[in-house]
Design a protein around this ligand. Structure first.
Ligand SMILES: [Zn+2]
Ligand SMILES: [Zn+2]
Length: 176
């Protein structure tokens, strides 16, 4: 699970009018992660484009940051540029979307002062993390015998020329 964003980031509803309003936020959350393999040590920049349309408010939340991600193959951190956008729809009109099965619509009521956009930011950041994390397509990985990072240094172990992606092949027995 994601560690929580401790900074409060919310769009003040009093500033939202019909048409487009843009809100910008910057914050740092070095403890944020969505699993073991990534960190956000750098500033996270959020640009929210808020479009008011009568009782509806459309949010387009764009996040930019430079994450540190652990390479699946060599286990070293590498820098990864995050640049992602999520859209969400809020409405004051519960009746209007009653028949809509899309549960992404979020409801507002008159007493609310602001829209907490932390869930949008978490979505945008976590969806930007690649499922396969490689520092480089040609990453040589770690030596399976001594653990040396083969991108940095060659070791003297046997088999060190074998691409770690083919490790499984070593166990296959060929019959003649
Ligand atoms: Zn790597
Ligand atoms: Zn080795």
């Amino acid at each position: 699970m994601a560690s929580i964003i401790n900074t409060k980031i919310a769009v003040p509803l009093s500033s939202v009018k019909d048409g487009i309003t843009v809100f910008n936020y910057r914050f740092q959350e070095p403890d944020l992660h969505f699993g073991e393999g990534q960190r956000f040590p750098n500033e996270i920049v959020v640009n929210v484009t808020v479009t008011g349309m009568g009782s509806d408010i459309l949010l387009s939340t764009k996040v930019t940051s430079e994450a540190l991600i652990v390479c699946d193959r060599c286990c070293s951190d590498f820098k990864y540029l995050i640049n992602n956008e999520v859209k969400s729809l809020y409405t004051y009109d519960i009746e209007k979307y009653k028949e809509d099965t899309d549960d992404e619509i979020k409801y507002l009521h008159g007493s609310m002062q602001e829209i907490d956009i932390v869930p949008e930011i978490i979505d945008a950041l976590s969806l930007a993390i690649p499922t396969k994390c490689l520092c480089n397509e040609s990453c040589k990985g770690l030596c399976v015998i001594c653990g040396e990072n083969l991108n940095i240094k060659k070791c003297d172990c046997e088999n060190n020329e074998i691409d770690p992606r083919w490790n499984g092949l070593k166990n296959i027995k060929f019959e003649d």
